[in-house]
Design a protein around this ligand. Structure first.
Ligand code: 3HC
Ligand code: NAI
Length: 713
C-alpha cells in the first residue's frame, strides 16, 4: 500500500489518508477517528492523493471513501480559533475539482459541512442507505466555507441549496438523490464494493471529468432570484440575532450574479467574518458542551442496568409528558394514578399529544394505535412489579412522595431504578426513607417533558453508580441532553432561575416595567422574557411556592410583592386572560396592562422606592450577573460538575441563547473581572442579595476563566 507523506506532522504514526491502486482506480481512504474530520493532516493527505493520481499513469480514476462509520463529518471544529495551517480546505476542494481524472465520492454515514463540500468537489457521487448529507455550518455560527455556497446552488438550484444551508438539516441518501446532490444510491451498504463498482462502470463508459462549478442549477435565473428573495425575507424574520444566515443568502446571491471564482472569494470573506464572531465561539462551545455533559464520572465507572419497561406515577402535566417521551423511545409504559378518574385523565393527556400529531398529519391513526398499545394504566402499584425503572411525578409534597416510595419499596423487583421528578425536594430524604436508597435517583424533566431536551440527573448521596449510569443511558434513549446535578434546593436550573428572577423583580420595583425587562431579555436572545414565562406557566405555581417558603425566608432579604398582588386578584397569566400582560379573548401574545403598571407604582410607594430609569444594558448586566454568580456558586459547591454543565442546563432548559454558549461562556466573553466589578457595585445597594461567589473571586484573583475549569472530569 502506498501512503502519502503526511506522517511527519501527524500525531499518530498511521497517516489519516492512505491510497492504494485497485485496478485503474486509486482508492483514497480517509481514516481519522472518530469522525474523519478534516484536520490539517487529512487536508494534506487529500491534496497529496490527488497529486499522486495526476502524476501516475496507472491511475485512471480516484475513489474517495471514509473509514469507520462516516465519510467525512466536516471541518475539524477543534481547529477553529487556532492559527490556520495550510492547505486551506477551499484549496483542497478546488484541487480535487480540478483533477483531470474522474474523482468519485462514495458516501456512507455523515457527509456534513466540509465533508459534503469535498464530495461536491468530486465529479461523481454515490451514497448508500444510512448516509446523512448536509451543510450544518449554520448551527455553528458559520456558513459552508469550502465552496459549498457556490457549488450547492449550481448543482441543485438555489431553493434546495438555501433550504439545506439555512436549516443545517441532514438529507438521507434517497432525498439527496432526488435533490441531485448525489448521482446514485448504492443497492447494498457495502460502501467499498459499491464505490469500486461505480468507478469501474464510469471508466467503462468513458465518463468524463464533470465539475460542479460548471453545473447549471442556476440557469433559471428568475426562479433562483425568487428563492433568494423568499429566503432573505424568511431569514430576516426567523433568525433573530444570528449573524451567519443572512450571509448565506448573500453568498447564494453572489453565486447567481458573479463568476464562480468571484463567488469563492466572496464566500471566503464572509466565512472568515463568521469564524471571528463571538457567535461562532458560543455555538461551538455549545456543540462540545452538549457532548461533554454525557461523560459523568458514573458513566465511566459503571455499566447501566437494562431498561425494558418503565413505570410512571402520576398522570398530570409532567407524568403524561414523561410517559409520551418514554413511549416515543419505543419502551412500554405503565402509568399509576390515585383513582380511576385521575387515571382516565392521565391517559387522555397522553392521547391528546398523539391526537395533535394526527390532526397535523404528522402521525397516522394506525401509528398512534401502535404507540398506545405499549401503554397501560393502573390504580394498583402491583402493576409495577416487573418495571425496570419507575419515575414518580406526583404532587410536590414530601409526605406524598415518601408514601409513594414506600409503595415502590414494597412492590418493585430488586434492582429496579426508582426515580423522582421532584423540582425542589430533598432527594436524600426521599431515598433514606426506604430500604434501598442505592436505587433512588432524581430525573428532573422540564415541561413539556416530551419536547424539552434537558434532563437533570440528580445524584443523591447513597445512589449507586450503575443507577446514575442507567439514568444517562435512559436520557440517550429519550434523546434528551442529560446534565449531572447534585442535591440542593432547585438543583442547577431552578436554583439559578430563582436568583435571576429575583434580580429582575428588584429592577422592576426600582423603576423598569416588566415590558421593558422582557424586551431587553428578548433582545439579548432569549425567546421570552421572565414575565412572559410566568404568564405562560401560570403565576399561581410560584405564588404557592412563595407562600410555602414565607416562614423560612430571611426577614432581612428584600422581597418584592408585585407578583403576589397580581395573584391575589386571580391574575395567573394566559390561562386567566391576564397576568403581567393582558390576553384578550384567549390571545397568546400579551399586551401591556396599565392596571399592572398602576399596581407596580403603588408597590413602589408602599416600599418607599423612588423609581429610576434603567437602560436595557443595565437590565442585562444585573440579570446576567445574578445568573453567573449563582452559576459560580453551584460549581463551587459541586452541584454542577463544571461551568459547562451550567451552560447546557440554561441553554436546553431555560431558553438561554445558544449562540452565546451559556451564561458561564458569556461571562468569559465579557470578562470575569467585569462581572465581579458589577456585582460589587450592586452590592453597595443590597449586600445581602449581591454576595460575590467565592469561585468568581478566586478566578478573578488568579486571572483565570470558567473555561479553565471545563476539562474532562
Ligand atoms: N470536528 C471535530 N470533532 C468532531 C466533529 C468535527 N467536525 N464532529 C464530531 N466530532 C467529535 C465529537 O466532539 C465527539 O468527540 P468526543 O468523543 O471526544 O466527545 C466525537 O467526534 C463523536 O461525535 P458524536 O458524539 O457527535 O458522534 P455521533 O456518532 O453521535 O454523531 C456526527 C456523528 C453526526 C458526525 C456528529 O458528530 C456531528 O454532527 N458533527 C458535526 C458535524 C458538523 O457540524 N460539521 C460541519 C463542521 S463546520 C465545516 O465543515 C466548515 C466548512 O464549511 C469549512
Ligand atoms: P400535576 O398536579 O399536574 O400532576 C400530579 C399528578 O399526580 C396528578 O394527576 C395526581 O392525581 C397524581 N397523584 C398525586 N398523588 C398521587 C399518588 N399518591 N399516586 C399516584 N398519583 C398521584 O403536577 P405536575 O406539574 O405534573 O408535577 C408533578 C411533579 O413534577 C412535581 O413534583 C413537580 O414539582 C415536578 N415538576 C413539575 C414541572 C412543571 O413544570 N409542572 C417541571 C418539573 C418537575
Amino acid at each position: 500500500m502506498a501512503t502519502d507523506s503526511v506522517t511527519a506532522s501527524s500525531a499518530s504514526s498511521v497517516p489519516p489518508v492512505t491510497h492504494e491502486l485497485r485496478g485503474k482506480v486509486l482508492l483514497v481512504t480517509i481514516d481519522h477517528a472518530p469522525v474523519n474530520a478534516l484536520s490539517v493532516e487529512v487536508r494534506r493527505g487529500l491534496a497529496a492523493a490527488i497529486e499522486h493520481a495526476e502524476s501516475s499513469d496507472a491511475v485512471q480514476a480516484v475513489l474517495l471513501v471514509g473509514a469507520g462509520r462516516n465519510f467525512i463529518a466536516g471541518a475539524d471544529i477543534r481547529e477553529f480559533g487556532k492559527p490556520p495551517q495550510p492547505p486551506a480546505l477551499p484549496d483542497v476542494c478546488n484541487r480535487i475539482e480540478a483533477c483531470h481524472k474522474p474523482v468519485i465520492a462514495a458516501i456512507h454515514g455523515a457527509a456534513l459541512g466540509g465533508g459534503l463540500e469535498v464530495a461536491l468537489s468530486a465529479h461523481y457521487r454515490l451514497a448508500v442507505a444510512g448516509a446523512k448529507l448536509g451543510l450544518p455550518e449554520v448551527q455553528l455560527g458559520l456558513l459552508p466555507g469550502a465552496g459549498g455556497t457556490q457549488r450547492t446552488p449550481r448543482l441543485i438550484g438555489a431553493e434546495a441549496a438555501l433550504s439545506l444551508m439555512l436549516s443545517g438539516r441532514h438529507a438521507s441518501a434517497q432525498e439527496a438523490l432526488k435533490l441531485g446532490l448525489v448521482d446514485r444510491v448504492g443497492a447494498s451498504d457495502d460502501i467499498l464494493a459499491e464505490g469500486l463498482a461505480y468507478a469501474q462502470e464510469l471508466l467503462a463508459s468513458h465518463a468524463h471529468v464533470r465539475r460542479t462549478r460548471d453545473a447549471h442549477g442556476l440557469a433559471d435565473r428568475a426562479a433562483a432570484q425568487a428563492a433568494i428573495d423568499t429566503a432573505r425575507a424568511d431569514t430576516a424574520k426567523k433568525s433573530r440575532g444570528l449573524f451567519s444566515p443572512l450571509k448565506i443568502v448573500d453568498c447564494v446571491q453572489t453565486a447567481l450574479d458573479q463568476s464562480f471564482d468571484e463567488g469563492l472569494r466572496f464566500e471566503r470573506k464572509q466565512f472568515l467574518e463568521c469564524l471571528d464572531s463571538p457567535q461562532r465561539a458560543g455555538l461551538v462551545h455549545a456543540f462540545f458542551a452538549e457532548r461533554e455533559v454525557q461523560k459523568a464520572p458514573e458513566t465511566k465507572a459503571a455499566k447501566p442496568r437494562a431498561i425494558e419497561s418503565v413505570g410512571v406515577i402520576g398522570g398530570g402535566t409532567m407524568g403524561a409528558g414523561i410517559a409520551v417521551a418514554v413511549l416515543d423511545s419505543g419502551l412500554p409504559v405503565t402509568m399509576i394514578e390515585r383513582d380511576d378518574a385521575s387515571l382516565a385523565r392521565g391517559r387522555a393527556h397522553v392521547e391528546k399529544v398523539y391526537d395533535g400529531l394526527v390532526a397535523k398529519g404528522r402521525m397516522t391513526p394506525e401509528a398512534k394505535a401502535q404507540v398506545l398499545a405499549r401503554y397501560s394504566g393502573s390504580t394498583s402499584y402491583d402493576a409495577l412489579a416487573n418495571a425496570d425503572l419507575v419515575i414518580e411525578a406526583v404532587f410536590e409534597d414530601m409526605n406524598v412522595k415518601q408514601a409513594v416510595f414506600a409503595e415502590l419499596d414494597r412492590v418493585c423487583k430488586p434492582g429496579a431504578v426508582l426515580a423522582t421528578n421532584t423540582s425542589y425536594l430533598d432527594i436524600d430524604a426521599i431515598a433514606s426513607s426506604i430500604k434501598r436508597p442505592q436505587d433512588v435517583v432524581g430525573l428532573h424533566f422540564f415541561s413539556p417533558a416530551n419536547i424539552m431536551k434537558l434532563l437533570e440527573v440528580v445524584v443523591p448521596k447513597q445512589v449507586s453508580a450503575d443507577v446514575v449510569a442507567t439514568a444517562f443511558e435512559l436520557a440517550k434513549k429519550l434523546r434528551k441532553v442529560p446534565v449531572r446535578a447534585g442535591v440542593c434546593d432547585g438543583f442547577i436550573g431552578n436554583r439559578l432561575l430563582a436568583v435571576y428572577r429575583t434580580a429582575a423583580d428588584h429592577v422592576m420595583e426600582d423603576g423598569a416595567s416588566p415590558y421593558q425587562i422582557d424586551k431587553a431579555i428578548r433582545d439579548f436572545g432569549f425567546a421570552m422574557g421572565p414575565y412572559q414565562v410566568i404568564d405562560l406557566a401560570g403565576g399561581d405555581i410560584g405564588w404557592a411556592t412563595r407562600k410555602r417558603r414565607a416562614a423560612t425566608r430571611d426577614p432581612n432579604a428584600r422581597y418584592v410583592q408585585i407578583a403576589d398582588r397580581l395573584c391575589e386578584r386571580g391574575w395567573f397569566g394566559q390561562k386567566t386572560g391576564r397576568g403581567f400582560y393582558l390576553y384578550p379573548e384567549g390571545a397568546r401574545t400579551g399586551s401591556p396592562d396599565p392596571e399592572v403598571e398602576a399596581i407596580i407604582r403603588a408597590e413602589r410607594e408602599r416600599a418607599g422606592i423612588e423609581p429610576r430609569s434603567f437602560s436595557d444594558e443595565d437590565i442585562i448586566r444585573r440579570y446576567m450577573a445574578a445568573m453567573i454568580n449563582e452559576g459560580a456558586n453551584v460549581v463551587h459547591e459541586g452541584i454542577a460538575l463544571r461551568p459547562l454543565d451550567v451552560d447546557v442546563t440554561l441553554v436546553y432548559g431555560y431558553g438561554f441563547p445558544r449562540y452565546r454558549g451559556g451564561p458561564m461562556k458569556y461571562a468569559d466573553t465579557v470578562g470575569l473581572a467585569n462581572v465581579l466589578a458589577d456585582i460589587r457595585a450592586f452590592a453597595k445597594e443590597d449586600p445581602l442579595f449581591w454576595k460575590p461567589s467565592p469561585l468568581l473571586v478566586e478566578l478573578v484573583e488568579r486571572g483565570a476563566n470558567f473555561a479553565s475549569l471545563n476539562e474532562a472530569v
